[in-house]
Design a binder for this molecule. Structure first.
Ligand code: AMP
Length: 318
């Protein structure tokens, strides 16, 4: 693939490489970012490789962020992983380098950058980073630190190989990462751990979940509820997959109230594609996992209605 050659050419050319990913990172954002950095550090010890963005203590076990001066962007190559849209890139200095590369697995709605490699069939961006390593295996090294980070990303974005985006390639890559030293069991366990407040919030989600007439499920996590459980909105990701465990539910939405009162909309599906709905409400994402925003209760109601309609159309087709 010519684009892989273009990315490798850029990596060879620049002695300073700064890697970004999206805001509110998940394990795949951090895993692809840190995994790529660790591959490049091991392969080019004389180059300066940085990972930037807000440091998230919960993900320090995958990799910690660097704090760097803006001057370092001069003559630098910037690579952004796992980020579909440029407004979502964490650390707004991403366009201060000399060259910009996008590596991502979401639909390519915003093809920012001088070189764009998007594979929306890849289950995770970490899987793409492994494919990049494999393509240049003669020139690149894959240390255990990279294997661990990439494995964490794959586990995160596939829900431990549960979601339909998981392919035979995903499993082969996971196996290759284990062979390279990734501690698969410990990583899966780590991503499965919840705190006591999250366990209580899980109970709240199941207790308060509502179903529409066509099996769309929804629940609202208001600022008051989060306060009651001692959680911030950023700490609620672990409950997002829960409604999908219920047999009758084919798609679901969790509304999480933000500090300014509006709601973060977290959409998931086992049936109908929900990314079109997300796009209608200032969001986007994958067919089976998307995010959007709801200004108020009226917009939440609208989203629930649209989700119900999608479920109805999907049921009629099945
Ligand atoms: P989340 O519920 O935040 O985990 O988001 C699920 C997926 O939806 C992510 O992988 C993103 O690709 C996408 N997504 C979430 N929020 C937005 C947004 N505001 N704009 C575009 N895509 C989004």
């Amino acid at each position: 693939m010519a684009v892989l050659e273009d990315i490798m050419k850029a990596i060879n050319k620049y002695n300073r490489i700064i890697i970004h990913r999206h805001q509110r990172p998940d394990p795949d954002a951090i895993g692809s970012q840190v995994g790529l950095a660790e591959i490049l550090r091991a392969s080019f010890p004389y180059k300066e490789i940085f990972v930037v963005g807000k440091d998230i203590a919960d993900f320090d076990w995958i990799g910690e962020m660097d704090e760097i001066d803006s001057g370092l962007y001069e003559n630098a190559l910037v690579i952004v992983t796992d980020t579909a849209n440029s407004p979502r890139i964490d650390d707004r200095r991403f366009n201060q380098g000399e060259m910009l590369v996008k590596i991502d697995h979401h639909p390519n709605d915003d093809p920012f950058g001088d070189v764009v490699w998007v594979d929306d069939q890849a289950a995770s961006c970490s899987e793409m980073i492994y494919a990049f390593y494999q393509h240049f295996a003669g020139q690149l090294k894959l240390p255990k630190t990279a294997a661990d980070a990439l494995y964490a990303g794959i586990v995160g974005d596939t829900g431990r190989f549960l979601y339909p985006a998981t392919t035979p390639k995903t499993m082969l890559v996971a196996g290759a990462l284990m062979a390279a030293g990734a501690d698969a069991s410990a990583i899966s366990r780590r991503e499965d751990v919840i705190t006591m407040p999250l366990a209580k919030l899980s109970a709240f989600v199941y207790q308060n979940l509502k179903l529409t007439s066509h099996q769309a499920a929804y629940v609202v996590l208001s600022a008051d509820v989060l306060k009651k459980f001692g959680l911030t909105e950023a700490g609620t990701s672990a409950v997002v997959p829960l409604p999908g465990k219920i047999d009758v539910v084919s798609a679901w939405v969790i509304f999480v109230q933000q500090d300014d009162g509006h709601y973060r909309v977290r959409l998931r599906s086992k049936g109908p594609a929900i990314n079109g709905l997300a796009k209608n409400h200032r969001g986007g994402g994958h067919p089976m996992a998307s995010g959007a925003k709801a200004a108020d209760e009226a917009e939440m109601k609208q989203i629930i209605q649209e989700l119900d309609q999608l479920c109805q159309q999907w049921q009629e087709k099945e």
